[in-house]
Write a protein that binds this ligand. Structure first.
Ligand SMILES: [Zn+2]
Length: 327
């Protein structure tokens, strides 16, 4: 991939500033290293499909989004959310389609602060949203009269409301788990990009929980498969009970971030998760262990076969002696 050429293409399409261009030139190679060369097409596709917009001074976020998506709806934007990625589902002439945006807020509590490309925590939040966009790239499905949008392990279910011609989000699965995994991705990519170990600002405890989980190589690879395929490989790997237990724990852990009154629930989720990690054995690791043990057993058997016991008349003792059977 020619990064310069690709970023130029994005700049022409979305009129990105020179600062955004140089940020993307640094970020894209790190993202490709992290997710792997085999995900290159998906990464490029997601960046082509998703405009990264930085809030202008005085810009009202709801007005901007309504204009951008051609909608007239009420947006529920968490007041403290610095950045978010959104996929808008719409129906036009019988076709369900999606449009994406990464929106980077610059105004908090009515105070505007220009986006600072030299601030690691700011660029880290853009990386975070790009990671969401990559794992959500063209994952729209229609199942049982419902629209399902997958973003990594997160699944959002929408019902169509014909009265308003809009899609209403009725259920979201694995919110906490995907957020934790995404924050882990963000930290790893930032570390590759900057060459120093990066610590995420938000979702700290969630990120370390994700790290514990991904330490199990079998789990990590099943999760990664599902994040890109939108299949259920990770559920098949862990089993329905364990996967739903984990999903609930992570939802509990994240609840305190969305609602400070939920801190008790967050603590409970953390405690339950730690308990899980302490007792968990990854099936793949168990399998590897079993294979290693069988190999070791075979070796011991071989050694035993090569040992003969003979009587030493001088010492009047039986002695064990290894012999080479082939002799
Ligand atoms: Zn996120």
């Amino acid at each position: 991939m020619n990064v310069d050429k690709f970023v130029l293409e994005l700049q022409e399409k979305y009129h990105y500033s020179e600062e955004m261009v140089s940020f993307l030139k640094q970020a894209i190679p790190a993202i490709v290293i992290y997710y792997g060369e085999d995900k290159l097409e998906i990464i490029m596709g997601a960046l082509r499909d998703t405009e990264i917009h930085i809030q202008n001074e005085g810009e009202n976020t709801s007005d901007y989004l309504n204009e951008y998506f051609g909608t007239n709806q009420k947006w529920q934007i968490p007041p403290m959310a610095g950045a978010f990625q959104h996929t808008q589902v719409s129906l036009k002439e019988g076709i369900v389609s999606t449009k994406n945006i990464i929106y980077i807020g610059t105004t908090m509590l009515h105070t505007y602060t220009p986006f600072d490309y030299n601030n690691d925590s700011k660029i880290s939040s853009v990386i975070h949203e790009i990671c969401h966009a990559i794992k959500g790239y063209r994952k729209l499905k229609v199942e049982n009269n419902q629209v399902v949008v997958s973003t990594g392990l997160l699944k959002e279910y929408y019902d169509y409301d014909s009265a308003t011609n809009t899609f209403i989000n009725i259920k979201s699965d694995n919110v906490g788990l995907e957020e934790a995994l995404n924050s882990y991705d963000e930290a790893e990519i930032m570390s590759i990009m900057t060459g120093v170990k990066h610590k995420v600002g938000a979702y700290k405890s969630l990120t370390s929980a994700a790290r514990c989980l991904l330490d199990y190589k079998g789990v990590a690879s099943a999760i990664k498969k599902s994040q890109f395929s939108d299949g259920n490989e990770w559920i098949e790997y862990l089993g329905p009970e364990v996967s739903s237990y984990l999903s609930t724990n992570f939802d509990d852990m994240i609840s305190g971030f969305y609602n400070y009154k939920d801190s008790e629930r967050t603590k409970r989720g953390q405690a339950d998760f730690l308990n899980f990690i302490r007792n968990y054995t990854d099936p793949l690791e168990y399998q590897n262990f079993e294979q290693a043990r069988k190999k070791a057993d075979a070796k011991t058997l071989q050694m035993i076969e090569q040992i003969v016991i003979r009587y030493n008349s001088e010492t009047n003792q039986f002695i064990e002696e290894a012999v080479n059977k082939s002799l």
